[in-house]
Design a protein. Structure first.
Ligand SMILES: Cc1ncc(COP(=O)(O)O)c(C=O)c1O
Length: 428
């Protein structure tokens, strides 16, 4: 992003909003209040805002339940038996997949475990897993316990990649070199797509190619990438991935996750999995017979019948994504985050209070900027919050700010900058 395009003025921010073809989506979301005022909400990386349409989507299913009860499963328009199909087109668009490669189900940590059952198959020779150091705790616990489940020692299996000394993010060349170094002993690369702490978007395509070149598989936790970065999971040959829907996908606290399983595993009944009746051949499901026959594609990893109410909320948001388009969202996002970066540099300059640790290149980040706080610590964060800025704090000293293209404006970013300017007078 050419930073000279930006100006530190309210009129410039307003002009950018006036030119923004996605600006009208903002009015479709509820904003929280802080100290009685509409918040500057930069926390979509943690919990996305509620689309106003959610109530209608939910009410429709509540009415179906009230009016049809058990008949709602098979009768009437939108019978619940097939409800999983509804979200597939939008999800496939968001993560760059074929429709049969994705399905919405369970929660993210649960799905990570289920996918590991199928795709982490250690042998005596090939057993190592590469992960970024400081991965999200759920991923760390998942890996630790999966490895122990196979009777192995996490210390011997896990290869944790740290940035070079003095750097905050990993270089792709170092990730690739590490994959090549472990070669025949490497079973799996299991990383975040976008790192929750640093905001770094990894080069998924290069990582997958490197993993495959040594005969390993590559799977990703896309919690911070889905609905944020443009993804091409099918084209990049990603083996498997999972994400949550409550961050950038605005589907409500703890709502349903999604999985991606590449087409080449679509008809692999031989792959081990922990099965349930909802992954069993749909046409035969109600014969209630012995012998699990997985459905084609990602559907074959389902266990339980779909959570219809959760999916209704999810659909409200997915329909907005389908309308806005991921490429358009990303184009705005680069400008919005670029503007935030520009203003932070303009204001904090050489003060030494803040350091942006997220990569500078838009190709290596999503909308989030992670600010390393050198003075003032959490007090800086609390001060901003009192002024109406909702970001989030991650120990030991990072503030994450995520202006999202669906509901944030350039004026939000400008207003935050004025608050930042004031607070630096106190803490610098
Ligand atoms: C990167 C990452 N992975 C996993 C999780 C855990 O998600 P869940 O509680 O939905 O399983 C989170 C939650 O914020 C996350 O950010």
């Amino acid at each position: 992003m050419n930073q000279s395009l930006f100006q530190f003025s309210e009129s410039f921010a307003r002009e950018m909003d006036a030119k923004d073809s996605l600006a009208h989506f903002r009015s479709r979301f509820y904003f929280p209040k802080v100290n009685g005022k509409k918040a500057i909400y930069f926390c979509g990386n943690s919990l996305g805002l509620q689309p106003k349409s959610v109530k209608d989507y939910l009410e429709k299913e509540l009415n179906n339940w009230a009016d049809r009860a058990v008949d709602g499963h098979f009768h009437g328009e939108d019978a619940w038996y097939h409800v999983r199909k509804k979200s597939k087109p939008a999800l496939a668009h968001i993560v760059g997949a074929q429709e049969h490669e994705v399905v919405a189900m369970n929660n993210l940590s649960v799905n990570l475990h289920l996918l590991m059952v199928s795709f982490y198959r250690p042998t005596k020779e090939r057993y190592k897993i590469i992960v970024e150091a400081g991965a999200f705790p759920s991923d760390q616990y998942m890996l630790e316990t999966q490895i122990k489940f196979h009777g192995l020692d996490p210390k011997e299996v896990l290869v944790e990649l740290s940035p070079r000394t003095g750097e905050f993010t990993l270089r792709t060349e170092d990730i690739v070199a590490e994959i090549e170094k472990h070669g025949d002993s490497l079973a799996l690369v299991n990383m975040a797509g976008l790192q929750y702490y640093s905001g770094q978007l990894f080069d998924i395509k290069a990582i997958v190619a490197a993993a495959h070149s040594v005969g390993a598989l590559a799977g990703f936790d896309l919690a911070h990438a889905a609905g944020n970065a443009v993804l091409k999971l099918h084209e990049w040959n990603v083996d498997f991935a999972t994400w949550c829907s409550y961050k950038y996908l605005n589907s409500g606290p703890g709502n349903v996750s999604g999985i991606f399983v590449h087409e080449r595993f679509a008809e692999r009944p031989d792959l081990p999995r922990f099965a349930g009746w909802w992954g069993h051949d749909e046409g035969e499901r109600f014969k209630m017979e012995k012998g699990f026959v997985p459905m084609y594609g990602a559907d074959g990893w389902q266990l339980a019948n779909s959570n219809v109410l959760a999916l209704a909320v999810h659909q409200a948001s997915l329909d907005i994504f389908a309308e806005a388009g991921m490429e358009n969202l990303r184009a705005k996002s680069e400008k919005l985050t670029g503007y935030l970066e520009f203003l932070i540099h303009e204001i904090s300059g050489e003060s030494g209070v803040l350091e942006i640790i997220t990569p500078k290149s838009p190709a290596e980040r999503g909308c989030q900027l992670s600010l390393f706080i050198h003075c003032g610590g959490k007090e800086v964060f609390d001060e901003w919050y009192n002024q109406g800025v909702v970001g989030d704090w991650r120990n030991p000293n990072v503030i994450r700010l995520a202006p999202t293209p669906l509901y944030n404006s350039f004026l939000d970013v400008f207003r935050f900058a004025k608050i930042l300017e004031q607070s630096l007078k106190k803490f610098a």
